[in-house]
Each structure stands twice: as structure tokens, then as C-alpha cells.
Ligand binder design. Structure first.
Ligand SMILES: C[S@@+](CC[C@H](N)C(=O)[O-])C[C@H]1O[C@@H](n2cnc3c(N)ncnc32)[C@H](O)[C@@H]1O
Length: 365
């Protein structure tokens, strides 16, 4: 298995001593409540209060400033101490934030992941086991009654929708600047954005190049949201949308415009291996020898930093329990095999975009 260097260092040999390993095992055993403790410390503003204090605060002072009981403050701070997000001064009994606490407050990726896990996934994780065994998103029933999460996106309650889109947009938005340079180095005049969602990439494209026309393919519900979202923005008249369900194998991609570029960002991870081959074969049908297909994915093995691989392999289990029961964040070797089976080949791979995307540039074999 190919792994980028930081991951290889961490995943191919034991790095913990016995005490550290035992601690990690207990961290796992108490995982749900460790997560909730940290989330509540953030939500109640306790982490902010501690950060903003000059020399830290006692339990009583935290209780008063956060407007919670001393009992609640004591339970939270003692747990927060042992999970490593705060430190205590044993002379003054004052608590301060630790380095990990600083990341909880300031690292935008961590905040997005916490909201996503609490609002979208938390209840559904309880059904992960059945989801894995049945190959169905059994946990999705905690959000609503749809075959996959994608049919339900437009009707999720606002705070859950915000957390889902916050997660999705955070990752893709951060790569768009570099991605625009890669895609527009070939100056495409027509671009098909498959799974274009709310139109954020399409808007960036029409803003970047005054001559490009973008067609978005997505589920009909998303095309409705996309149209609302692009209204009034410069270049919106050069964006159109087609509501389709690409899980229906008889749905072909539009060929009439001879798309010079086909863009799939965080799209193929929504499908199983067989579904990916079918979608890529349909993309290949509308390509000619000059067309390029750009697949932007967070490939878990091609990460510069190990925590990113951790986030990605665990995000795979959101796809299992909530999204559709059969897709994942792929390893690049799997993606490459599927691309080849669909009659395409990889021309180049660009790594380390934004939060950890790669772009596989593909052409007809
Ligand atoms: C994870 S989002 C990625 C959105 C966007 N491309 C980005 O990079 O932020 C996946 C998109 O694929 C769309 N999608 C999922 N299943 C689909 C299907 N069966 N047919 C068409 N689009 C689908 C979803 O509606 C969603 O907009």
C-alpha cells in the first residue's frame, strides 16, 4: 500500500510505549463523552473565557463567568484536564487552556469537524455497525427518510444543513484558488461541473474567466438551491444547471456542448466502486482526445500531515452510516484502478491543495 511519508512514519510501526497505548485505549473507550466534553466547553464559551483570562481561572470563577453551577464547572474542568484541553496550576488552582485547547478554539478544520460530527453524525454513529454489515446508511433515519443523504440536503433542519454545508464547503472552498489555476491553464470555454451542488465552484469559474460557460449536473433539489444561490452574482448568466440522478445508469451526460473540461470535486467519494466506474464511463463517452477530466478528491494516502488521514478515514464512516452506506474517502490506488477500468488514464496528479485535496487530471486512454 502506498502511503505518503508522514503517514508511513506513523502507520507502519509502533510508536507508543505501553502506558501511552493503554491511555489511548481508554481514550477510545470514553470517546463519545470526551467529544461531548470538549464540544460543551467550546459551546458554553468556557474555552474562550479561559483563553481571555490573564493567569487562568478557578472552578468557582469559571462557574460564575459561564453562568453554570459549580458542580457543572467542576465536572467539565476535571474531565477537560484529563483529556488534555486545559492545564491546572496546583498552587493557585487556576485553569488555563492547553496547546490542544488552543487548536480546538482556533483551528477552523477542527471546529467544522466538531459541528459536522455533532449535528449530522452523532446519533447515526450508533447505527454504524448495522450500516457496515448491511451496506445501507442505517443511521440516516436519525435525520429523515431518504434513500441517501443527498436527497434530503435541501430539507434538513437549518442547523444541521449549516453543519453539513459548512463541512463540505470548508474543504472544497480552500482548494479553489489553486484548482482554478490548474483547470484554466488549458483555457476551457465549456466546463461541466458534475455534482456542482450550490454553485460555488461555478461562480468562481465564471469570475475567473470571462469566456467560460459552466453547466452543473446535480440532483434536481440541489439545482433548485444552486439557482437561488447564484442569483444576482456576476457571470450567473453563464451558468446553467441540469437536474439528474447519476445513480440511474441510463442517465447520460450532456454531449451537445463538447465540454472541454469536466470537473468532479468531492463527488466520486459519494459513490461505491461500481457506481464510480459507471459514472466515469459516461463521462468518457462525452470526452474527445482534447478533453480533460479533473477529479478533485481528498485521497487519504496522499496527505502531507497525518491528522488529515485520520480525519479522512473516519469521514469514510459518515458515508457508511449516514450518506449512502457504500462510499468512502478513497485511497489513490483504488481511484486509479477505477479510472483505468472506465477507459481513462491519469495524465498528472497535483497534491497538497488547500486542506489536503489532490487533483487527478485524466484523459481518454
Ligand atoms: C459532497 S458534495 C460536493 C459538492 C461540490 N462539488 C464541492 O466540491 O463542494 C456531492 C454532490 O454530489 C451530488 N450528488 C450526490 N448523489 C448524486 C446523484 N445520484 N446524482 C447527481 N448528483 C449527486 C450531491 O447532491 C452534492 O451536491
Amino acid at each position: 500500500m502506498n502511503l505518503f511519508p508522514e503517514l508511513k512514519k506513523k502507520y507502519t510501526k509502533e510508536t507508543l510505549n505501553a502506558r501511552e497505548a493503554q491511555r489511548l485505549a481508554e481514550f477510545i473507550a470514553f470517546g463519545p463523552v470526551i467529544f461531548q466534553t470538549a464540544r460543551i466547553m467550546l459551546k458554553l464559551g468556557i474555552m474562550d473565557i479561559l483563553r481571555d483570562s490573564d493567569n487562568g481561572l478557578t472552578i468557582d470563577e469559571v462557574a460564575e463567568k459561564a453562568n453554570i453551577s459549580k458542580y457543572a464547572a467542576k465536572c467539565l474542568l476535571e474531565a477537560a484536564l484529563c483529556i488534555g484541553i486545559v492545564l491546572v496550576n496546583t498552587k493557585t488552582d487556576k485553569f488555563t487552556i492547553s496547546k490542544t485547547g488552543w487548536f480546538l478554539i482556533n483551528d477552523p478544520a477542527t471546529r467544522v469537524n466538531i459541528n459536522f460530527n455533532h449535528d449530522v453524525n452523532y446519533l447515526g454513529w450508533f447505527n454504524l455497525e448495522e450500516s457496515l454489515l448491511e451496506g445501507k446508511p442505517v443511521g440516516l433515519k436519525t435525520l429523515g427518510d431518504w434513500p441517501t443523504v443527498y436527497e434530503g440536503l435541501s430539507s434538513l433542519p437549518k442547523h444541521i444543513q449549516d453543519s453539513w454545508f459548512g463541512f463540505d464547503h470548508f474543504y472544497s472552498d480552500n482548494s479553489f484558488d489553486q484548482a482554478l489555476e490548474i483547470v484554466f491553464s488549458n483555457k476551457p470555454k465549456t466546463l461541466l461541473d458534475v455534482g456542482g451542488n450550490t454553485g460555488r465552484w461555478a461562480l468562481r469559474c465564471v469570475g475567473y474567466d470571462k469566456d467560460v460557460n459552466v453547466t452543473i449536473l446535480d440532483l434536481p433539489q440541489q439545482i433548485g438551491m444552486m439557482k437561488e444561490n447564484i442569483k444576482g452574482h456576476e457571470g450567473a448568466e453563464r451558468i446553467d444547471g441540469l437536474g439528474v440522478n447519476l445513480l440511474d445508469e441510463s442517465t447520460e451526460m450532456p454531449a451537445e456542448r463538447k465540454f472541454e473540461a469536466i470537473w468532479m470535486s468531492q463527488f466520486l467519494d459519494c459513490f461505491s466502486e461500481d457506481q464510480i466506474i459507471s459514472i466515469l464511463r459516461r463521462a468518457a463517452k462525452v470526452m474527445n482526445k482534447d478533453s480533460r477530466l479533473y477529479i478533485m478528491e481528498t485521497l487519504w494516502d496522499r496527505q502531507r500531515f497525518e491528522p488529515a488521514a485520520l480525519c479522512l478515514t473516519l469521514t469514510s464512516l459518515y458515508f457508511t452510516a449516514i450518506a449512502n452506506g457504500n462510499s468512502k474517502m478513497y485511497h489513490s490506488e483504488d481511484m486509479e484502478r477505477l479510472i483505468k477500468e472506465a477507459g481513462l488514464e491519469i495524465e498528472t496528479i497535483h497534491d497538497y491543495l488547500g486542506q489536503g485535496h489532490s487533483i487527478m487530471v485524466c484523459k481518454l486512454k
